[in-house]
Write a protein that binds this ligand. Structure first.
Ligand code: SAM
Length: 278
């Protein structure tokens, strides 16, 4: 494990600041700085971008991002115990790291960043999914972010990149792939983290498209997809009953058989259906 900067190894930082991992905050830390630098490189060209990092913890990924040349990092961490450790990193990279002690679900730091903006995070899985959905469903597109490089539980990562016909295909895949490209770029075993979680993880990289792949009204598409997958075993004519009295005709007009189930319907057809219902 070679050093990527002149700061102490993360194990020493954790001991010095008493950062014993708290389950309630989903704390599974990455201590291998070569690995965090590798994840930082997966975010793409960060030298000319501001990076919003959510959940920096003791700062492994933060150090990776800064060592890889991020123009500026804004880090939002809920656990106040981590702030002094992060301040030491800020001192080592003058003017390039700002820290906010707060809950990422309650604050919106986008206004404090300068375009282009990239997001990088290794978050507790429930918080990560909630934030991903928010980032994918803003009122206007393109969103504030150019790319998202996010660690997820492997199953969730597979749901984001899933294709029609697979078990993992659902609302998350449609929302992610409609207006972004999404790829799994790294798989990590539980042992990569301290303490190790129960499940494997994966890093997903999403790039915002300039425009949606197919036209549709965002709110209508979200509603259709939520309904369709809420009852994914039902035929669509039953699952979407109530959205329109002539739902069968609208399904047919969108190239969907009324007897199809949501998991076989592609993005283009869901968008066509959303247009007929708009
Ligand atoms: N990024 C560090 C790493 O890779 O070692 C820490 C990862 S740990 C899985 C998740 C981090 O997110 C913890 O530091 C935790 O305190 C923080 N966190 C949890 N919920 C949060 C929230 N709602 N807002 C901001 N940070 C949060």
């Amino acid at each position: 494990m070679s050093a990527i900067d002149t700061l102490p190894p993360l194990r020493d930082v954790i001991t010095a600041h008493g950062l014993s991992a708290r389950k309630s905050l989903g704390q599974n830390f990455l201590l291998d700085l070569n690995l965090t630098a590798k994840i930082a490189r997966m975010a793409g060209n960060i030298e000319t971008a501001d990076v919003l990092e959510i959940g920096p913890g003791p700062g492994g990924l933060t150090r990776g991002l800064l060592a890889e040349g991020a123009r500026r990092v804004l880090a939002v961490e809920k656990d106040a115990r981590c702030i002094p450790a992060l301040e030491e990193i800020a001192q080592a990279y003058p003017g390039r790291l700002e820290i906010i002690n707060g809950d990422a679900l309650e604050i919106d730091p986008a206004a404090q960043l300068t375009q282009p903006i990239k997001v990088a995070a290794n978050l507790p899985y429930n918080v990560g999914t909630e934030l991903l959905v928010r980032w994918l469903t803003p009122d206007t597109w393109p969103p504030f972010w150019q790319s998202l490089t996010l660690m997820f539980q492997r199953e969730v990562a597979e749901r984001i990149v899933a294709q029609p016909g697979s078990k993992a295909y659902g609302r998350l895949a449609v929302l992610a792939q409609w207006r972004a490209s999404a790829q799994i770029v790294l798989h990590l075993p539980p042992g990569a983290f301290t303490p190790p979680p129960k499940v494997s993880s994966a890093v997903v990289h999403l790039e915002a498209l300039a425009a949606p792949r197919f036209p549709a009204e965002p709110k209508v598409l979200e509603r259709v997809v939520a309904r369709a997958f809420n009852q994914r075993r039902k035929m669509l004519r039953a699952a979407l009953k109530g959205m329109a009295p002539d739902i069968e005709d609208r399904l047919v007009a969108s190239g969907i058989k009324p007897t199809d189930r949501a998991e076989t319907v592609g993005l283009e057809q869901f968008c066509a259906l959303a247009r007929t219902l708009a």
